[in-house]
Design a protein around this ligand. Structure first.
Ligand SMILES: CC(=O)SCCNC(=O)CCNC(=O)[C@H](O)C(C)(C)COP(=O)(O)OP(=O)(O)OC[C@H]1O[C@@H](n2cnc3c(N)ncnc32)[C@H](O)[C@@H]1OP(=O)(O)O
Length: 417
């Protein structure tokens, strides 16, 4: 069979069922979608751009992208092309189908004016070749509550604020505003639309996961203002050992002040019967361990790369963010796909930057995937130079890149998509 026998194109509405079947096959789910599941998928797919590859009329590969906003250092948001649902059926793997779908999608995103493309990579080796680099990471801790050293007699919170248990409807009102405040302050955070809040408060079940209602609690500061939200579930176990042994799993915790962060972590650790708190996906520099008298009670159970970024427009990407210092740098950016490579001069300062193509001598040479890794400030150019992944054309250029690009708090994307 030749490559040309397979048609890669946007799907029609009528092809969603076949596309969903291919998606399930690619993710190793053999049960076909029910009509109800398919309706949910149709709703999930609204606003998305959906590509399929068709062989003899049957869908054998899937690809979906949708508009997203991604916060950069300084609090601005750039338009991103968020990529998800990437599969190629095992019968058709390694024939270039992902490469074709990715090329089409990235070219469209570039033409639309998206600054970057983003995704969460199922496996590390897949996306670097397409110009993506890991730009944020996450950590998950398991807190051994009895060991943490928190005083069980102390009321929580103890700062004059209060914590109220609420329901999903309250969360749909309070959550979006809190998230907007978080998003304006933390690089790496992505937008959540009304659909996200409905789906994550049980109004719209996803095809993949049956809904289990969690607990929701809001922290209010002494002045009455909502500053944080925690969403957690608890395993429903009873034992006759008379020892607390339940595990709380945090699904979401938004805190827009350190007081809220402290109160909400202390709260979930104070719930009677809870012996273990699984934190869910948190920023790698989350305050949690140091909010406990014994930080070693919080054991890292996961640490992983998370949001991958593919820069489509170097000038707008570098001009959108602010910088830790004043300085300049000439970058030679390689891009095998021809989308955003070139030589650029960056003149950066704490308030912003000017970036423009230049013919000056380059100081740092790197692939666009490495620029994606450095862009939100999490990785060190000195470290990448030691690994041979960026090249200093002028001694000290990597240290200058670090002085400009790195951020005091690490970028973090709390969501999966
Ligand atoms: C954002 C998301 O949705 S993440 C989810 C990704 N999906 C999955 O993991 C589901 C299971 N896997 C698959 O569906 C497929 O194997 C895919 C999508 C990962 C790859 O699709 P393919 O059509 O086989 O990729 P394609 O043929 O275009 O490969 C391009 C290159 O990437 C390489 N490659 C592709 N997948 C992988 C992988 N998992 N590991 C290492 N290399 C890979 C290929 O070897 C090829 O290299 P080459 O150009 O040097 O020969």
């Amino acid at each position: 069979m030749t490559r040309d026998d397979i048609d890669v194109r946007p799907i029609t509405d009528d092809e969603l069922a076949d596309w969903s079947r291919a998606l399930n096959t690619g993710f190793l789910r053999s049960t076909p979608d029910s009509r109800e599941t398919l309706d949910k998928r149709r709703e999930l797919a609204r606003g998305s751009r959906i590509l399929g590859a068709f062989d003899g009329g049957r869908c054998v590969a899937t690809f979906r992208s949708f508009p997203q906003e991604l916060t950069v250092p300084g609090g601005a948001a750039v338009p991103a092309d968020a990529i998800s649902n990437v599969t190629v059926s095992a019968t058709h793997r390694r024939r270039g189908l992902l490469s074709r779908m990715m090329a089409d999608d990235l070219a469209d995103a570039k033409a639309r004016g998206d600054v970057v493309a983003t995704l969460i990579a199922a496996e590390y080796p897949i996306y670097g070749r397409f110009g993506f680099g890991p730009a944020t990471s996450l950590s998950e801790w398991a807190v051994d509550v009895p060991r943490a050293g928190l005083d069980p007699r102390r009321p929580v919170p103890d700062d004059g604020g209060r914590i109220d248990l609420v329901d999903g409807e309250d969360v749909r009102k309070t959550g979006p505003e809190l998230h907007e405040r978080l998003r304006a302050s933390r690089p790496g955070v992505i937008d959540r639309d009304g659909f996200w809040w409905r789906r994550n408060t049980g109004l719209l079940e996803t095809p993949e996961e049956p809904w289990k209602e969690p607990f929701y609690a809001v922290y209010r500061a002494p002045n009455g203002e909502a500053e944080g939200l925690i969403v957690y579930s608890v395993d429903d176990k009873w034992s006759d050992t008379k020892q607390p042994h339940n595990t709380a799993t945090v699904r979401d915790l938004i805190a827009v002040t350190p007081a809220a962060e402290r109160a909400l972590w202390h709260y979930v650790c104070s719930v009677d019967w809870i012996a273990t708190v699984r934190t869910g996906h948190r920023a790698p520099d989350d305050l949690l361990p140091h909010l406990l008298p014994d930080p070693r009670a919080a054991r890292v159970v996961t640490h992983a790369d998370w949001l991958w970024v593919r820069i489509l427009d170097v000038v707008r990407a570098l001009e959108a963010r602010t910088y830790a210092a004043t300085g300049s740098l000439v970058l030679e950016v390689g891009d095998a796909a021809g989308l955003s490579g070139g030589r650029y001069r960056l003149d950066a300062e704490p308030g912003g930057a000017v970036c423009a193509p230049t013919s000056e001598e380059p100081e740092l040479t790197l692939d666009v995937s490495e620029l994606g890794t450095l862009w939100l400030g999490d990785e060190s150019a000195v470290r990448l130079a030691a690994l041979g992944r960026v090249r200093e054309e002028r001694a000290g250029a990597a240290a200058i890149a670090d002085a400009l690009l790195r951020t005091s708090r690490r970028p973090w994307c709390p969501d999966i998509f």
